[in-house]
Design a protein around this ligand. Sequence first.
Ligand code: ZN
Length: 331
Amino acid sequence: MDEGSVVSAVAERLYYDVDSGLEFQAVVTGVRPGPQRVGKDGQEEPLWSVALDRTAFYPAGGGQPWDTGVLVGAPGSERAFQVEVERVEEDEAGEVWHTLCEPVSVGARVTGRVDAERRMDHAQQHTGQHLLSAIFLRELGAPTVSFHLGADSVTIDLQVDKVSEEDLRGVEDAVNRVIFEDRRMRPRWVAREEAERMLERGELRKLPERAGRMRIVEMEGVEFNACGGTHVRSTGAIGGLLVRRLEKVRQGQRVEFCCGLRAVRMARQDYARLRETGALLSVGPAELASRVAGLIEDRKQRAKERKLLEKQVREMEERLRAQTQGGSAGE
Ligand SMILES: [Zn+2]
């Protein structure tokens, strides 16, 4: 096995083609030692980075996390193996490196399988972000300046001073209507000059710096976006978008949202918390706010009464002391 860094021609990216699927055949073109990792027993474990001639694994980029999955030794390869792909990153030369916990030989034939659930989740959140940003821009003139897709939360930052509750609900409803309309997502490649013309015509809001061909993703009737990420095939597969929170940040307003099954899980979790809290107070979720408001009012009232009682006790103590001192002075 060659453990040195074998520089290969850059991998063909199968994830750009929406019809390519999540299982693919490839040949290992490069292997190099990857980062160290601390294992369960506290010992450092070596990891390996592997390049392939073609890959359906999306590397981290554009605010979207990497795909995970497995590489399996294809029939006819030297030995049978199945190794997990833990991380996928693109280097400055544009090569895609798959991080594995064991090395694989250069020249080995492999079958790659991308974790479908994780990919679908990321594609739903990411496509939902395209749509949410487009509607905020259209309805409120509020451009998106950053996007974060984490395991627990998805946010966009809007360059705008204030968003009213009514405007926020209006945007959320408009987004969900586009989801129900099931608009097509159409990625295509265009020359840089063509992308620049689209920018001039106002069809594109911004363009990445780099030269060469651009991947333009059209959301039918909604927007064009220069993007290399993974998307669902049509807006219906976003499944629904739920806005959870709006908060003031330095550059504007941060909107937390979630889409698809993630939105269902979040809503389920929120409702379970409401139900648990309601059970402690023997009320249903709908009466929870008025019950808590009543308890707060009760507490305020008791604090007032307590203050009054403490004042009366202090006054009585002072009177008693004065009487005792007056009595002893008279003897
Ligand atoms: Zn995108």
